[in-house]
Design a protein around this ligand. Structure first.
Ligand SMILES: [Zn+2]
Length: 415
């Protein structure tokens, strides 16, 4: 008699649970049965199927003085699958390949040669990066399956519809990006997802921190635009329609500068990168020259600030003030374990952290909220692409039956 749909669903979710547990922490089947509260027989059957699909292997015997034959350790075969994460981050398109455990195994960055690069070009670059990263992974892990591609896009993205609703950064309105990517990448994969780039960035930063502050996290990008990503209770918080986290348009100064969104005094219009550069230097100053690499220009301002340049220090002071005020509000609202500053805030971090902490201390409502750490990103411009890859591989690992059975005699024989 065929299994009922419920039984099949239950087996899929149990396979996913066992795989996730083994990726996180290799252990014996007996120990796993205790840890996830299943019978040894049930765990044995699930592990057998994961072995047949090449996702785990039985490795060396567990050490320890237990009487009888020691159990063998079940370990994940992290090279069995990989996913590609891409981020559209003008002037770059960034790509990473991550393995089954979410580790970055290859990455690359393409510099865009034109301003306002058309979406067709971005899609072609995405296809080319995916093909190269996939080949690079196959070169060292020939049996690795491409699990899917995820693309992070700035501004308002509707992940469930696969549509970019409104992205001034890349000049799109109501654009069916997933459909366009599927047709361009059809020889590589048809598993394609999109999401807001800062949401993916937050996923990567949360994974990077792990139990050490990654469970409730705010990630802030600092560029011309300011995006925000939120991880709440270990999962991305997207809101009702996927737009949550647009902290750049939080009003911080009602009498402030005109924002691209049409309002006055948004966080982004007060301390986005262009405003900072305008505060730091005269219009004819090379640091205002958009044709020069942004990193070089920030380096120049940091050098000036280190040399005591008053205008540079005043500009940094202004950024610190509004950054602190905005973060104090967000910390009161979200009570995060960690705030991660990305983008140009990384380079200014040594100047920003003390004044920002001071403002936050004055404004948050309790000492408990002050336990929130404010750090700069370690993943830098790769955060969104890494988070996209992690999201794609996690979605894949949630249904291990999508992985073909292995006919490799050695792998099966290991059971
Ligand atoms: Zn705005």
């Amino acid at each position: 008699m065929p299994d009922s749909i419920d039984q099949i669903d239950m087996r899929h979710s149990n396979l996913a649970l066992v795989l996730a547990e083994i990726i996180r922490d290799p252990r014996t089947r007996a120990q796993l049965a205790v840890d996830i509260d299943m019978t040894k027989g049930a765990v044995g059957s699930l592990v057998k199927e994961l072995i047949d699909r090449g996702l785990v292997v039985l490795s060396k015997a567990a050490s320890g003085g237990a009487v009888g034959r020691p159990g063998r350790i079940v370990e994940a075969v992290t090279t069995r699958a990989h996913a590609v994460g891409i981020s559209f981050s003008p002037p770059y398109v960034i790509g990473t390949a991550v393995d089954l455990a979410g580790n970055v195994v290859a990455r690359e960055k393409v510099t865009l040669t034109e301003r306002n690069t058309p979406i067709e070009t971005l899609i072609e670059i995405t296809r080319a990066i995916t093909a190269r990263l996939h080949s690079a992974v196959l070169a060292s892990s020939p049996s690795s399956v491409l699990a899917g591609v995820a693309v992070g896009v700035p501004d308002l993205v509707d992940p469930s519809a696969g549509v970019v609703r409104r992205s001034p950064t890349i000049g799109l309105t109501d654009y069916p990006l997933v459909r366009a990517l599927k047709s361009a990448l059809n020889e590589l994969t048809d598993v394609i997802t999109i999401d807001n780039d800062a949401t993916y960035g937050a996923v990567a930063e949360a994974r990077w921190l792990g139990a050490d502050g990654g469970r409730n996290l705010l990630y802030l990008t600092g560029s011309t635009a300011m995006g925000g990503g939120i991880v709440a209770n270990g999962v991305p918080f997207r809101g009702s329609t996927g737009y949550a986290g647009e902290v750049g348009h939080m009003v911080i100064n009602p009498d402030g500068k005109l924002c691209v969104c049409g309002n006055l005094g948004c966080w982004e219009s007060e301390i986005g990168l262009n405003t900072f550069l305008a505060l730091a230097a005269e219009p004819e100053d090379p640091v205002r020259d958009a044709t020069i690499d942004g990193n070089e220009r920030i380096t120049a301002i940091v050098q000036r600030a280190n040399a005591g340049d008053r205008r540079a220090l005043q500009a940094i002071g202004q950024v610190a003030r509004y950054l602190g005020l905005g973060l104090a509000s967000l910390i009161n609202i979200f009570n995060p374990d960690t705030v991660i500053l990305g983008g140009y805030f990384i380079r200014l971090f040594p100047f920003l952290i003390d004044p920002v902490q001071q403002i936050v201390q004055q404004r948050v409502l309790s000492d408990q909220l002050l336990q929130c750490r404010i750090l700069h990103s370690e993943l830098e411009m790769y955060a969104a692409a890494i988070g996209a890859g992690i999201s794609a591989i996690d979605a894949f690992a949630a249904d291990p039956t999508a992985v073909p059975l292995v006919t490799d005699v050695v792998a099966v024989g290991a059971y």
